[in-house]
Design a protein around this ligand. Structure first.
Ligand SMILES: Cc1ncc(COP(=O)(O)O)c(C=O)c1O
Length: 398
């Protein structure tokens, strides 16, 4: 039975993207400057929160497990879901855990054992994790998250010393990391470097407080792509693994566009065509009126699959067997379908359609559609609902 639409995921491209990041981190001319605990190339913590950015945790985690050093997820329940997919890789949980969250964090500590690492965002979190350590009868790994300007969560610089003192005094918590997160690494070099400077100033005196196998980490995808010694002991890429972060870099990247490739494309078929006379309106609320006699096609994809309503009348789809053609989405995006303009194309019922292309130059590449929808790649990926079938393929073979 053929699904109305399906996501094709090329895991070989994922391997290639990790290899490119690895090569960058290990490059002999890479400055090992800034604060660090270790002296080797930075490790990779693959950020696979939110179901691996909506792509699907299972194939992604299984494939990445032998390729990366750590995983990072948002919440303890995501860590629980990830644990059986990977037996060895450490799992960092970004989320603050407050009292109501203790039962699931406790469960995550039991399921993941020593592999789980929690994040301290508030001085009172020390007590939360010490309590978990007491209840599992083992030490718990923690990282302290320092707020350097994002103003989202995390410890402020002036509170870092007492928090670290509390962690050390607990006797049951191991300080495995201190980290921060950049607010604007894609778009703003000076702000990013200023965040790193604030981080170094606050954390510098505490490096000896970290466990010998601890890590200083500050860089997400765009951070690690920037010059300026931001890679430290460990990097936490997400979007770059899927092949997208480079498009959003406002001012240059340490990796070239051809060394990191999109790992997914979204495909469907034309399921119906009809001819409609000039002057007719099309779709809900008649938002579009045809200027010519037109051939319209139905693609069985809509906002119920995660295709943005904001692309109504604006985006195009392309055709797998006719690479130079693009057909505009006419009128409103529906819950389950799109109407596309096939006039003069020769495209027929049953022809393969590309909703999101893996070709970065295509008019329906994810970054271009994200721009058109006033969204970003993260959001468009996370919108892809589970009802879209996931297929593992090799793009070169298609
Ligand atoms: C703390 C933290 N680190 C790393 C990442 C990965 O970010 P990116 O996908 O931009 O690489 C995220 C994602 O939001 C994050 O919240």
């Amino acid at each position: 039975m053929s699904a109305p639409s399906w996501l094709e995921i090329d895991l070989d491209r994922l391997t290639g993207n990790v290899a490119s990041i690895r090569a960058l981190l290990g490059a002999p001319d890479r400055p090992r400057d800034g604060l660090r605990v270790g002296s080797g190339p930075a490790l990779i913590a693959a950020t696979i929160k939110a179901d691996a950015y909506g792509i699907g945790i299972e194939p992604i985690a299984r494939h990445l497990a032998p390729l990366v050093d750590w995983f990072a997820v948002y919440s303890p329940d995501q860590a629980i879901a990830l644990a059986p997919l990977t037996r060895a890789v450490a799992i960092l949980v970004y989320m603050p855990v407050e009292t109501e969250g203790i039962p699931v964090a406790l469960e995550a500590a039991r399921v993941c054992g020593k592999r789980i690492h929690f994040t301290i965002h508030d001085r009172s979190d020390v007590g939360v994790f010490a309590d978990i350590a007491r209840r599992i009868g083992a030490s718990v790994n923690v990282h302290v998250y320092l707020d350097t300007g994002m103003n989202r969560a995390g410890i402020r610089a002036e509170d870092l010393a007492p928090v670290i003192a509390d962690v050390r005094a607990s006797g049951s918590l191991r300080l495995l990391g201190v980290y921060t997160h950049f607010s604007s690494a894609e778009t703003d070099g000076p702000i990013t470097l200023e965040q790193a400077r604030r981080f170094d100033e606050a954390v510098g005196p505490h490096v000896p407080d970290l466990a010998p196998d601890g890590h200083i980490h500050i860089a997400n995808s765009a951070g690690l792509l920037r010059d300026g010694g931001l890679q430290r002991d460990l990097v936490r890429p997400g979007l770059l693994l899927w092949g997208y972060a480079i498009d959003a870099m406002a001012d240059g990247s340490l990796l070239s566009r051809d060394s990191v490739l999109p790992i997914l494309r979204w495909r469907s078929r034309i399921v119906h065509t009809r001819t409609v006379a000039a002057g007719s309106s099309v779709g809900y609320a008649g938002t579009e009126r045809l200027a010519r006699d037109s051939v319209l096609g139905i693609v069985p994809v809509g906002y119920g699959d995660g295709y943005p309503l904001a692309l109504s009348g604006r985006a195009v789809v392309t055709f797998v067997n006719r690479p130079t053609l693009a057909a505009r989405v006419l009128g409103r995006v529906n819950m389950d379908q799109l109407i596309v303009d096939l006039t003069g194309t020769g495209v027929a019922r049953g022809d393969l359609v590309e909703i999101y292309s893996a070709d970065v130059d295509a008019p329906n590449s994810l970054p271009r559609l994200a721009d058109l929808a006033a969204a970003h790649c993260y959001e468009l990926l996370c919108r892809l609902t589970p009802r879209i079938e996931r297929r593992i393929v090799t793009f070169a073979d298609q």
